[in-house]
Design a protein around this ligand. Structure first.
Ligand code: HEM
Length: 246
């Protein structure tokens, strides 16, 4: 009598079902890359708008607080108070979740298709750097956003608490005595920039929007967008900490 050996199936890496042929797998990976690109675009647009909005801090307390109130009253009276902002928040949360799901899923799919690493491949070094920036950088950015919401949106970890106006919260947060908070923001924003720089370039590459010959130009454009965004964001904590904004 023969007995089945469950051990053999236990340790085998999960292979794609035979029903899912190469074409199906290719289509599903293209779909996931499209999800990454679309959600990434939503997040980039939000970041650009957010960085521009933050610069209002340089126009003074009144302008900045007015902008913060405006965010809650967009569309009033046709749209009830804070509804637009709530929709934006839901869109952002959904975009972040889908972006992460597609990233993890694509990484798993790539590992399954290539169980042995290309240790000696030229550019393996560069790829490893990009993977680290995207994977670990992405996790740090997520943790930063959670802190940031507790800090400047809800005020739970802000010296001024939740009831204060936005300007007071920002100035108290990045006070010279709290330079380490500013440093944390600067590091997080630089990681956002690195993530974006690689993400923008990959999106253009994988969606086939740029021809190979244009890659240097695409890379330069991604670098410029990321650098402008980082400078815009970083200027706020830095200028408060060195006492230019008070
Ligand atoms: C370092 C510079 C930054 C400063 C000074 C800053 C400042 C602020 C302030 C003051 C608010 C509250 C706005 C209000 O409630 O009126 C806010 C909200 C928010 N920030 Fe930032 N931010 C910075 C960077 C970032 C980055 C890099 C991200 C994302 C990666 C981000 C994501 C958000 C989100 C998701 C909200 C919540 C929007 C809402 O629903 O009200 N921020 N930020």
């Amino acid at each position: 009598m023969t007995r089945s050996t469950p051990v053999a199936t236990r340790s085998r890496p999960k292979a794609p079902s035979p029903a899912a042929g190469p074409l199906k797998r290719y289509r599903s990976s293209v779909g996931k890359k499209a999800v990454m690109a679309v959600t990434g675009a939503v997040l980039v647009l939000f970041l650009i708008a957010h960085a521009i909005g933050n610069l209002k801090v340089f126009l003074g307390r009144q302008d900045f607080d007015h902008y913060s109130h405006w965010l809650r009253t967009i569309g009033e009276p046709a749209i009830p108070h804070r509804v637009f902002l709530t929709i934006l928040e839901v869109v952002l949360v959904v975009a972040v979740i889908l972006h992460m799901w597609a990233a993890v899923s694509l990484a798993r799919q790539a590992r399954r298709a290539r169980p042995i690493r290309y240790a000696a491949r030229p550019k393996a070094h560069e790829n490893r750097y990009a993977t680290h920036v995207m994977r670990y950088g992405g996790i740090v950015i997520l943790l930063f956003v959670i802190w940031h919401l507790l800090d400047l949106t809800f005020g739970a970890v802000n010296p001024k608490g939740g009831k204060a106006e936005a300007y007071d919260k920002v100035v108290a947060d990045f006070d010279p005595s709290r330079w380490y908070i500013s440093l944390f923001y600067v590091v997080a924003v630089v990681l956002v920039g690195l993530h974006l720089r690689h993400g923008l370039f990959s999106a253009v590459q994988t969606l086939g929007w740029g021809r190979r010959g244009r890659y240097p130009a695409v890379r330069l454009a991604a670098d410029v967008v990321a650098a402008l965004l980082v400078i815009g964001f970083v200027s706020v904590p830095v200028m408060v900490t060195i006492g230019v904004v008070k």
